[in-house]
Every structure is written in C-alpha cells, then in structure tokens.
Write a protein that binds this ligand. Structure first.
Ligand code: ADP
Ligand code: MG
Length: 337
C-alpha cells in the first residue's frame, strides 16, 4: 500500500512492532514516546555520530534493495562508532520518503537498519519520518560509549608510528564499478564482488579488540578513501605520512575489476570510498604480535601500509623506492567529481 494511504502513525506503529521484544535492559524506553531512554554504563563517556544517505548521490535504487539501503546507512554510522573504539548503545533513523512509495519498502529499509543494529547491540530506539518531494533520504544517528578518556581520535598519531589498516582496500569501489557495467540479470552472479559495496559490515568488534589489547595512538574509519582519511589523521596530528604502495592490501577480485577496465587498482585502494575498514597508528612493533590472533578471531588481515613522519603531506613510495606526493582524492560532496 502507498504511504500516502497508510499515513505516518500507522507506519510508526509498524516500525515499533519490528522492535518489540528486541531491547536489552539497556533500553528502558524504545520507540513510541517523545524520546528513548537509554542506560549508559557507569564510568563511560557517550559518543555520538550521524550519517546521511541520499538517493542518486549515495545510492541508486536500481542496485540497492530497500533492505540494503537501511543496512548500508546503519553500517556507515556504526563504522564511526568503531573508529572511536566504542561500543554501540542505540540508533535513531530519520527517513524522508515520497508518498508514492510502498509501505513495505520502508518497512524493508527499517528491517535492514534493525538487523545490522541487532548484530552489534545497537537497537533502533527511535527516529523521524517526513515526506520527501522526490528522492529518498535516510539518516542514521548512533549513540555509543567508551571508557572515560579512552576514545580513539584522529589526533594522537606520533612521529614514527606505523600506519595499519584492516581488511582490503578498494573493494567497495570495485563493487561499484562492477555494478556500473553489469546488466540487471548478471547482478546476482557478481554478488561476491559487490557485497562490500552494497552490504558492508562495520568493524565494531575488531576495533574493540584493538582498543582493549593494544596501545593505539590514533584511528579513523575509511569512509572517503585512504588518501583523504589518513590525510585527516595527518592534519589532526600535525604530521605527514609515507604510504608503501606495494604493501597496500588489494584483493585479487579488486585487481581483476581494475584490470578489466584498464584502471589502476592502486587508485581504487588510495581513493575509493566506503570501504569502512579501520586505519590506525601505533608505535613500532606494537601490532605485529597481534596480527595472527586478529586473523583467527575475525578472518581479516591487518596490514602495515605506512609510517607517520614529521614533514606534512602524504607521500607514496613505490617498490623501487621512488617517492610521489599524493593529494587527498577521496570522495568530497562539495567538489566536482
Ligand atoms: P514527535 O512528533 O514527538 O517527534 P513522532 O510522532 O515523530 O514523535 O514519533 C513517535 C515515535 O516514533 C518516537 O518514539 C520516534 O522516535 C519514533 N519514530 C518515528 N519515526 C521513526 C523511524 N523512522 N524509525 C524509528 N522510530 C521512529
Ligand atoms: Mg517527529
């Protein structure tokens, strides 16, 4: 049924039912009142972040199901909680949608938000619904907590720190490129290549593991691309960074996509957005002892990709030791593509 026929309040009631019985004692009041009431742990600080996901800017309805749109919006928001080394508490979903949309589409979107949230103890506790004149707008605000004074910030990197990343770089961009050139029928066949783009998982547990066991000096999630995001660590820490091009973790699938388009997979790894991996810095030798345990625990690699240096800017070093300045070329909403 069209939303224009069901109305706002019956839709909210359906959303509320989707969360019934799903709250832990940390939510004393969920969807249905003017505010949700959450119970933060003693001795913790609250962290909060928001992310907006706009049709035709961030996603195309030809590729994303409504479920995946909800999932993806929640993933981006949770990735920011991960980047601070935090644990999620709850999320709010703002959604602006045309009255011509089917109610079930919105419910599917809510299911995507809910399901990913529940995987990471981040229940949907509220939100807002408004009419949109056209495109779909989705906003997810997440609340989380960290031990007092223990949030992992962009500032804090030290000269000589090693730069590490989780997982593969450029995989999400390769997924996008794959979708751009695939027909509707062949999309199912390329699912393994497009998952990191369409339905990413945030690195919440991985970040908690690292934050608890190792002394990390700075951390960010890779939402815009390594060149931009490591650039933020650099500018916030008043340092520069060297990136070793031959050590960037690029999956065989990503290399294959780039090769078939006669593009450089290095460019995907440096500037491709939405990988939602973590990039962090730590003192020399601090991370090495944990690489195997990390892989066993999460099935994910940790790769040293660079080093923090005194001189400002980002410098790429190729396998022959040649140096090249690199500019942050990750996604920027307000610059021409
Ligand atoms: P108010 O007018 O007081 O802001 P609303 O009528 O917008 O309240 O919302 C009623 C309840 O439904 C609130 O608890 C709100 O958080 C929840 N809610 C509204 N929209 C959503 C949504 N998209 N997802 C989850 N909860 C929602
Ligand atoms: Mg409202």
């Amino acid at each position: 049924m069209r939303i224009g026929q069901t109305g706002e309040f019956s839709l909210i009631e359906e959303i509320r039912k989707k969360m019934e019985g799903r709250y832990s004692p940390r939510v004393s009041l969920g969807i249905g009142d003017d505010c949700a009431v959450l119970v933060p742990e003693e001795g913790k600080e609250l962290i909060v972040s928001t992310d907006t996901f706009v049709e035709k800017i961030h996603f195309d309805l030809a590729w994303f199901s409504f479920y995946q749109i909800g999932w993806r919006a929640m993933a981006a928001a949770l990735s920011d909680i991960a980047a601070m080394g935090g644990a999620p508490l709850g999320a709010l979903l703002g959604c602006s949608v045309s009255v011509e949309r089917d109610k079930e589409e919105v419910i599917d979107l809510v299911r995507g938000v809910r399901d990913l949230g529940l995987l990471y103890d981040c229940p949907l506790v509220g939100g807002d619904l408004t009419r949109s004149p056209g495109e779909l707008f989705v906003n997810v605000t997440v609340l989380g907590e960290v031990d007092r004074g223990k949030a992992l910030c962009r500032a804090g990197a030290e000269e000589g720190d090693e730069v590490w990343v989780t997982g593969f770089l450029g995989a999400s961009h390769a997924g996008l490129k794959t979708l751009l050139r695939s027909s509707a029928v062949s999309r199912e066949a390329v699912r393994d290549r497009t998952d990191r783009y369409l339905q990413p998982t945030p690195r919440i547990r991985e970040a908690c593991f690292l934050a608890n066991l190792v002394s990390i000096n700075s951390m960010i999630d890779l939402s815009d691309g390594l060149s931009s995001d490591l650039g933020h660590i650099c500018s916030c820490s008043g340092l520069g960074a060297l990136i070793f091009s031959s050590s960037l973790p690029i999956s065989p699938e990503t290399k294959e996509v780039a090769r078939s388009l006669r593009e450089d997979s290095l460019d995907y790894a440096l500037n491709g957005g939405e990988d939602f991996e973590l990039c962090f810095t730590a003192g020399e030798g601090r991370i090495d002892p944990w690489v195997d345990r990390f892989r066993e625990a999460f099935g994910l690699s940790l790769t040293r990709v660079g080093r923090m240096v005194r001189d400002e800017g980002l410098i790429l070093i190729d396998s022959q030791g040649r140096k090249k300045d690199i500019q942050p070329r990750g996604f920027d909403h307000f610059l021409p593509v």
